[in-house]
Design a protein. Structure first.
Length: 420
């Protein structure tokens, strides 16, 4: 029996390959059922995100790996040899170690990011809903969730923002303490603005406005974040409503001038505005920084913050890796105990079978009228001789062979060490 993980991620495959291999939520149920039909696979889960797709299986045959790779190639209509060049494959302790690292954000594109844990929990739920988990992967997922929680609690790996959008939102939170009473204006509709919207929403922002030159793009993004969409031409009329402004457009010229900010501040009665200009070239005129009651940060300011925070995360990652190794040992210990439990169950079953056979023989003697005391004495002797026959035979052979390790183990197993 072994854990098998086969997949690809941002370090092994370019985005166009990751997009082709990714498994959509609507296809998850069929995919899990198909994987369960592969020879040897007893339990299965699928993790598929923009940065990784992985098959996590519990199998009783190592040959399952080749069949899993074949299935993925056929399912995604990908040349097998080409696909294999992008895949990683882990077995047993390496597979378990990998899953723990993924859960803790140690294998992510952004070191220590927490989003992957939610994605792993979604993969777990899909597997549970489709009845593709058993004792072993159920335990592994729960163990990975506990490990991730421990790493977050005992290290600072997730404390420091390391993406531009996250850094911008975190700085805003530091200035306003809470964002529950704040209004944010996002200018643009690209990936950075989408990430900023997601992070702001996660901070329970009171109100969100999204402006873009193409209104339909702003409306599309706004619909995903309970926001209001406005055209770029309305910015000057709405700027005074914003406590937070984050701008990331591809405009060749500034979209917010010093005069517009001065008018907004007057309407706000000098209530401060926090502005993050992520664009290159800049969206906000540099002279805005000269105004009182304005906190203006550029992409360079954020990069300095991110650089310092990455150093802090890398330092925290060293401790996190040590915690993961400890949790790996714990899980491997549990796995070993499962095989020993089977041994103990076999031992008990064998002993009970012999007991029943001997008991039946002596019950017949009672039925034949033999004295109970005599039958009980013979029963006790027969039971003792039968149960210790195989162990004493093995110990005798060990003594003849000079196998001191087995003799020592027997003393410990049967508590025969006189000194203890």
């Amino acid at each position: 029996m072994s854990v098998i993980t086969i997949g690809l991620n941002h370090t092994t495959a370019p985005v166009d390959v990751r997009e082709r291999i990714a498994i959509a939520p609507d296809d998850m149920a069929d995919s899990l059922r198909a994987i369960r039909t592969i020879n040897g696979v007893e339990e299965a889960a699928l993790l598929s995100t923009c940065n990784r797709t992985e098959m996590i299986c519990w199998s009783n045959q190592k040959s399952s790996s080749d069949e899993l790779t074949d299935w993925l190639a056929n399912y995604r209509k990908f040349d097998r040899n080409s696909l294999e060049s992008y895949l990683y494959q882990y077995h047993d302790s390496e597979a378990i170690h990998h899953i723990l690292r993924v859960a803790c954000g140690l294998d992510s594109m952004i070191l220590g990011e927490n989003e992957i844990l939610g994605q792993l929990k979604s993969a777990y739920k899909d597997a549970v809903d489709n009845e593709s988990l058993g004792k072993y992967l159920e335990r592994l997922f729960q163990h990975s969730f506990a490990s991730a929680k421990r790493v977050r609690t005992e290290t600072a790996i997730g404390d420091s923002p390391v993406s531009v959008a996250y850094a911008a939102v975190t700085l805003a939170e530091r200035i306003f303490t809470t964002l529950e009473d704040q209004t944010a204006l996002l200018i643009g509709a690209g990936e950075t603005i989408e990430l900023a919207a997601r992070h702001l929403q996660g901070r329970n922002l009171k109100r969100l406005i999204i402006a873009n030159r193409t209104l339909s793009n702003a409306e599309k993004l706004a619909s995903n974040h309970a926001a209001e969409a406005i055209p770029m031409s309305d910015i000057s009329n709405r700027l005074h409503e914003a406590d937070i402004v984050i701008s990331a457009t591809a405009s060749p010229t500034a979209v917010i001038g010093k005069g517009a900010i001065e008018r907004a501040l007057k309407q706000r009665r000098r209530k401060p505005i926090f502005i993050v200009d992520i664009a290159v070239p800049r969206d906000v005129e540099p002279q805005v920084a000269e105004l009182d009651d304005v906190y203006l940060y550029t992409v360079d300011d954020l990069q300095n913050v991110i650089s310092d925070n990455l150093k802090a995360r890398r330092s925290a990652a060293v401790k996190a890796e040590a915690l993961v190794l400890h949790d790996l040992d714990d899980f491997l210990g549990w796995l070993r105990s499962q095989s020993e439990i089977e041994t103990m169950l076999d031992l008990r079953a064998t002993a009970e079978l012999k007991r029943d056979q001997i008991l039946q023989q002596h019950l017949q003697q009672l039925e034949q009228g033999k004295p109970p005391a005599e039958v009980l004495e013979k029963l006790a002797g027969s039971l003792t001789n039968t149960l210790i026959h195989e162990p004493t035979k093995s110990l005798g052979q060990a003594a003849r062979d000079g196998d001191k390790s087995l003799l020592k183990a027997a003393k410990r197993l049967f508590n025969l060490d006189k000194e203890s």
